[in-house]
Design a protein around this ligand. Structure first.
Ligand code: PEP
Length: 255
């Protein structure tokens, strides 16, 4: 039985001050985290220690938006898995489409980050998804399965249950346009089959597959009702305590 994971990707929003305020609002709006739902926030790196302080007595977890695949060294501007675990991160996002597009992330770097994160005890949230052009050309299945295969290549079976996949159709991110529940279910099921082919059915059933792309309180329920949708990676709606909490409450109702 997979638990819902509702994860907020704050992107380049909220320095330490705003992080403290948003977390405080969220804790007020949601005094206890529902039993059936894992809740995660991913602020920018500079705000991670603030998140750690603000969440010390809370079941809300926090994670990072990126990590480097080397242990340390001359990689200006980067952070390592050790640095993230030192401040208490539980999760790290790998290969968000914005990082693939603007910061030259490739399937290969996403793969290396995934392996490094898992070795360090961090749960990677591996983002995959097709562009509008790829969907129009009907190559979305091929594209997304290639991304999943590349990211998981050589990941030990014992670590697969700590891996999270986020299916995020690029055309739905920050656009207000959402995949239909049927489109989401079809892609999530396809991803689960790819994992079953790489490992086995049991491993595939253990992996949580999140939907990301304009998930909001008004469309969360129909998406989260799909058999293979195990939660959401939420951008815009995670920046307001009310809308994020509403999605968490919907997940609780369905759990
Ligand atoms: C995201 O950034 O992962 C995302 C899904 O953003 P939004 O919810 O704003 O579309």
């Amino acid at each position: 039985m997979r638990r819902f994971l509702i994860a907020g990707n704050w992107k380049m929003n909220c320095g330490p001050g705003e992080t403290a305020t948003l977390i405080s609002n969220l804790k007020q709006r949601l005094p206890s985290v529902p039993d059936g739902v894992d809740v995660l926030v991913c602020p920018p790196e500079i705000s991670l220690t603030t998140a750690a302080d603000e969440l010390v007595d809370s079941k809300i977890m926090f994670g990072a938006q990126n990590v480097h695949f080397e242990d340390n060294g001359a990689f200006t501007g980067e952070v390592s898995t050790k640095m993230l675990t030192e401040v208490g991160c539980h999760y790290v996002i790998a290969g968000h489409s914005e990082r693939r597009e603007y910061f030259a992330e490739t399937d290969q770097t996403v793969h290396r980050k995934t392996k490094k994160a898992l070795e360090a005890g961090l749960k990677p949230i591996i983002c995959v998804g097709e562009s509008l052009d790829q969907r129009k050309k009907d190559v979305h299945d091929t594209m997304v399965s290639k991304q999943v295969q590349a990211a998981l290549n050589g990941v030990d079976e014992s670590l697969i249950q700590d891996t999270v996949i986020a299916y995020e159709p690029i055309w739905a991110i920050g656009t207000g346009e959402t995949a239909t529940p049927e489109q989401a279910q079809e892609m999530h099921n396809m991803i689960r089959n790819v994992i079953a082919d790489l490992y086995d059915e049991r491993s595939a059933e253990a992996v949580r597959i999140l939907y990301g792309g304009s998930m909001k309180p008004h469309n969360a329920e129909e998406l989260l009702r799909q058999t293979d949708v195990d939660g959401g990676l939420i951008g815009g709606a995670s920046l307001q305590a009310d809308s994020f909490a509403e999605i968490i409450e919907i997940a609780e109702k369905l759990s």
